[in-house]
Design a protein around this ligand. Structure first.
Ligand code: HMG
Ligand code: MG
Length: 302
């Protein structure tokens, strides 16, 4: 007897390893190693790669070479190379490095907003408005992140209404998608379902993506909840690289290999070659001299 789960038949994956992953590595990776990583990722079938960020090098030194990285990668047709931009200065720098797309990043927690981008939520929106206007006039798509959707390292529980509020504002301002960030990985399936119930009652599900850090091993379970609610875009990081420098203890994002393994075994199309991705995850773990954060990568490479 065959049976099917009611989930999308196709999903889009945003590879955030070169940004979310490497921003938290103790040893900054050289331009040539980053280029090697991104070029290898481009060859796996991934269609969306976050290649760096244009933030203050005093705050995140690991991303200081993003301009050089973006100008040196081998652009593969059909692949969108994006960058994180906190303000107009970051946007201009990203454009001069030929970023195909940019992402603004806000939070549902006031304390996290202050620690991460040194301003309140309202001030962050004021900074995003001219950036989004400039991007729109140049035809550059703007993605948005909302951090702390299921908990904050400083405030604990976060009101779902606060997540809805900022997500709605960012979509109304012209962002084409909001990536919901479980920054410290405290989400569990019940909490995720409760939040999605509210968000999906007010916002189009096609405009929502999920960005689940795997600190407590709950990311895949939360992705499954997202799929069952019709979410069609998920962020992940090769070899589970990374964390967030302003969220102590936050481990990497869900490993891309683990996500692709689950999706392909559910017959959900991603267009990604799992074996190639596993090799990229293995190589970058060796290069960084760190344990591979992907369970699938470890199992299949053994
Ligand atoms: P600030 O200190 O409030 O801003 O920084 P400022 O306007 O006073 O500028 C201070 C200095 O930064 C000045 O330089 C500016 O020129 C410079 P100085 O005069 O001191 O030499 N500056 C910049 N330099 C380069 N690029 C720029 C830029 N803007 C100003 N774009 C700012 C505000 C946002 C820039 C700062 O707080 C910052 O860079 N924060 C880093 C935030 C960050 O990268 N966090 C990690 C990424 S977010 C994340 O990981 C979460 C996510 O994955 C989702 C999730 O998991 O939840 C997305
Ligand atoms: Mg993140």
């Amino acid at each position: 007897m065959s049976f099917k789960l009611d989930v999308p038949s196709k999903v889009s994956i945003v590879e955030v390893g070169p940004r979310d992953g490497l921003q938290n590595e103790k040893t900054p990776l050289s331009v040539s190693d980053k280029v090697k990583l991104i070029d290898a990722l481009s060859d796996t079938g991934l269609r969306r790669i976050e290649a760096g960020s244009f933030v203050s090098p005093k705050w995140v030194p690991q991303m200081a070479n993003s301009h050089e990285v973006l100008t040196k990668i081998k652009r593969k047709t059909g692949v969108v190379y994006s960058a994180l931009t906190p303000n107009s200065r970051g946007f201009e720098d990203a454009i001069s490095a030929d970023a195909d797309e940019v992402a603004v990043f806000g939070a549902a927690s006031e304390s996290f907003s202050q620690k991460n981008i040194n301003c309140s939520i309202a001030e962050s929106i004021d900074r995003f408005i001219p950036l989004i206007q400039a991007a729109t006039s140049k035809g550059i798509p703007v993605r948005a992140y909302v951090s702390c959707i299921l908990g904050c390292p400083y405030e604990g529980e976060i009101d779902a209404e606060a997540v809805l509020d900022i997500s709605k504002t960012l979509l109304d301002l012209g962002c084409y998608e909001v990536s919901l960030g479980d920054t410290i990985g405290v989400g569990t399936p019940l909490k995720t379902q409760k939040l999605l119930n509210l968000l999906i009652s007010q916002l189009p599900v096609e405009k929502l993506a999920m960005h689940m850090h795997d600190t407590y091993g709950q990311a895949l379970a939360n992705v499954l909840i997202g799929l069952q609610n019709g979410v069609q875009c998920f962020d992940s990081s090769v070899a589970g690289l990374g964390g967030c420098p302003y969220a102590q203890g936050a481990s990497g994002n869900l490993a891309s290999e683990d996500l692709v393994y689950m999706l392909s075994n559910m017959h959900i199309e991603t267009g990604i070659d799992l074996n190639k991705l596993i090799n990229v995850g293995h190589d970058i773990s060796v290069r960084l001299d760190r344990a591979n954060g992907s369970k699938v990568g470890k199992a299949l490479k053994a």
